[in-house]
Design a protein around this ligand. Structure first.
Ligand code: ATP
Length: 275
């Protein structure tokens, strides 16, 4: 297990242009990030600094992608952890990991001479579930309390501005304390893409692939109702594999439609697209 999350500078930076079909989410996120970019003005006006943004929506819709794009947009170092990484059998370990990741974020930003750090916590409901409920016990409570303490301690006067971006597909399970002002008080919904969104995502994920001229991505977008971005990425990948297997230099409509069936079947069998 890692000690309090991985921090890295992705070799290829993710930008908002890499996120397909989430226009509303991108716009809301950018608006919120203005508070981070203009933290001096925000502080001068006596406005509470932005500390947390919650991205909520189904799996594979691009929440991680959005968080990485947010880091590029704000020139921040990016640290990533999953809620489940904080939960250990031994009391106090989770709370210690929360402290560690905040300290690492500050350290990393200073070392890279950045003014900002984004800590991305996926599966926030695992560590931030309702306290005192049957799904939580003492260890979870301590970990969640530590996260609240760290977030409450963030000030705009500090040399490194830290923003926590949480992601969850079960916002209903979150402890209301997390959603109070000064914590994750900005919520951005990241829904499954509509037909236009699916087309945009298919275009992104086939841009580097040899498509036959007859390929009709709009038809693929029409046939993939309910697919997430991660599913659509799988469709593009599977279609390329099918073409390769048939020694076809180009990906045809038939390959794409077979890939759609394959991904749909995989989903019915209960496999996650990323597996
Ligand atoms: P989870 O809740 O399972 O963590 P997530 O919402 O964080 O999922 P991502 O990890 O961002 O989803 O998406 C997984 C992969 O699916 C991405 O790396 C990308 O290839 C593809 N993908 C998902 N959504 C989009 C999108 N809107 N545009 C382009 N690609 C996408």
């Amino acid at each position: 297990a890692t000690l309090g999350g991985k921090g890295y500078e992705p070799s290829v930076k993710v930008t908002f242009a890499d996120v397909g079909g989430q226009a509303t989410a991108v716009q809301e996120l950018k608006e919120a990030l203005e508070f981070l970019l203009r933290s001096d003005e925000v502080a001068a006006m006596g406005i509470r600094p932005l500390k947390g943004i919650l991205l909520s929506g189904p799996p594979g819709t691009g929440k991680t992608l959005l968080a990485k794009a947010a880091a590029t947009y704000t020139d921040a170092v990016f640290l990533e952890a999953s809620g489940s990484e904080f939960i250990e059998m031994y009391a106090g370990v989770g709370a210690q990991r929360v402290r560690t990741i905040f300290n690492r974020a500050r350290e990393l930003a200073r070392r890279r001479q950045k003014k900002r750090a984004i800590i991305f916590i996926d599966e926030l409901e695992v560590l931030g579930g309702k306290r005192g409920s049957h799904t939580s016990h003492l260890e979870y409570d301590q970990t969640l309390n530590q996260l609240l303490v760290e977030m409450d301690g963030l000030k705009s006067s500090q040399d490194v501005q830290i923003l926590v971006i949480g992601a969850t597909n079960r916002p209903d399970l979150l402890d209301p304390a997390l959603l109070r002002p000064g914590r994750f008080d900005r919520q951005v919904k990241v829904d499954l893409p509509d037909k236009e969104g699916r087309l945009a995502i298919l275009k992104l994920h086939t841009a580097n692939k040899p498509l036959a001229p007859e390929v009709d991505l709009e038809a693929v977008a029409r046939e993939t109702f309910g697919f997430s971005g991660a599913h659509l990425e799988s469709v593009a990948n599977e279609a390329a594999i099918l073409a390769l297997r048939e020694k076809s230099p180009l990906i045809t409509q038939k390959h794409l439609m077979e890939a759609v069936d394959k991904v749909m079947l995989g989903e019915k069998l209960g496999r996650k697209p990323a597996d």
